[in-house]
Design a protein around this ligand. Sequence first.
Ligand SMILES: Cc1cc2nc3c(=O)[nH]c(=O)nc-3n(C[C@H](O)[C@H](O)[C@H](O)COP(=O)(O)OP(=O)(O)OC[C@H]3O[C@@H](n4cnc5c(N)ncnc54)[C@H](O)[C@@H]3O)c2cc1C
Length: 478
Amino acid sequence: MLVVGGGLVGLTTALVLRHHGAAVTLVETRSTTSAQPKARRFHVRSMEVFRELGLAPTVHEAARDLAGHDHMALGRTLAEAEQQPLWRPGGADGVDVSPEPPCLLAQDALEPVLRDAAADAGADIRFGTALTGFDQDGSGVRADLQGRPLRARHLVAADGARSSVRAALGIGRSGRGAIGDPSVSVYFRADLADVVRGREFNLCRIEHPDAPGALASVDGRSRWVLLTAGTRTDRDWPAFLRTALGVPAADLEVLSVLPWQAEMLVADRYSAGRVHLAGDAAHVMPPFAAMGANTGISDVHELGWKLAAVLRGDAAPALLDSYDAERRPAGWFTADQSTRRATDPGAADLAHPFVLAAGGYQYRDGALHRSPGDAHDVEPVHEFAPAGRVGTRVPHRWLDEAHTRSTVDLAGPGWALLVAGDPQSWAAAAPLPVHRLDADFLPSGQALLLRPDDVVAWRGTDVTAPRRVLEDLLHPSA
Ligand SMILES: Cc1cc2nc3c(=O)[nH]c(=O)nc-3n(C[C@H](O)[C@H](O)[C@H](O)COP(=O)(O)OP(=O)(O)OC[C@H]3O[C@@H](n4cnc5c(N)ncnc54)[C@H](O)[C@@H]3O)c2cc1C
């Protein structure tokens, strides 16, 4: 397997593929991981992926600086800003969404964690190496790495929004294009620990007429990003920042200035033969629901088990067609929701935040088997009400009093069968681990077939069905 791009989606692809036992080479043009903090909020679904990979404790440890900095703040300057009460989505009291809490961790701190873990897991990680061309035939992909050839069975293009792989394949993008005004993201260092102590925040809205913007905490002490409207990058940024901060900040140093435009665009196809797009190469969206990186992580969690099953010979190549069928509508859903949060934040029909955070999009087509009646069992999006419906992530329920194991832990890297009642009668039903489950969403006599990515592939009472369904899903007619 060849992965192009060593951003957080490419690195997660390498980790997921190694988790499933596939050999993987990753190439990244840059010699280092991202110098920009960019994404900072990793939702529970991404943390569940890291949990499955055995990385959640390391990621939480790396996120220690911003632990508890969940508040918003608001003021004319930072010095005058007041911390706002913590916002919880309506109807969310007492809802246990996931075995993992979300975390605030800047992308430039997460990527080295992923890069080290991927190398430790045995991936061949080559930074400072660009893909300069490729072609494919019936047996694989021939890649050109700056004059050096490399052959792979498949290629995952996690090469970012300006994906040259997508362009070479002639895959267009659809969507609303530019959203809102252009902005400039100013990354700077200044020791502001004493200024913010007791008023720690994730994001602080600055309303000063001469220096308005949104100030994001990168480590809560000395690294910050100010996002301000406009296209000019040649301002006197230290003076602008000091006005926004309202303090002298004698040690202030501007690290980078990045002009930036929010966009909503989704690739018209996610796969072309043996090449698959993931992350920003497949979709870009405004950052207001913090879904860009999170959606990319879900892409490759889904794609990874399918690619590995095909490489092992456990599944037919036609299984990979379900990647586009599942993840492209999911990309549209999150890109549309992220856009509407920017253009119409008060709209009544926005998805419940936990639906987005927990990857609650219901696949309608793909590697799924619907029984009669399932077609009408639609997961709501305006409330968070997971119920083990076909095409959704299994709802989280703790399996022990100590809260160490969750239903979300039962599948991955393998499949699993969850049964309400006597597991004996199901044991002969399929070559799968069978788990007895007493849960509100699984009536007596029923079973759920979980895919390696925790998605319910089938639900029913027929003990002979799982073996047949598994075979059909892994060997779909092309
Ligand atoms: C200001 C801002 C705030 C954001 N906040 C959030 C947030 O809170 N939460 C969230 O989920 N998302 C957020 N995002 C979005 C998030 O940063 C992106 O979705 C994420 O970086 C996409 O990761 P990626 O790996 O797909 O692409 P990238 O990070 O763009 O990585 C692609 C990599 O591919 C490499 N590459 C390109 N071409 C080649 C080639 N030919 N050969 C080898 N390597 C190549 C590039 O060098 C690059 O390193 C934010 C984005 C911005 C700009």
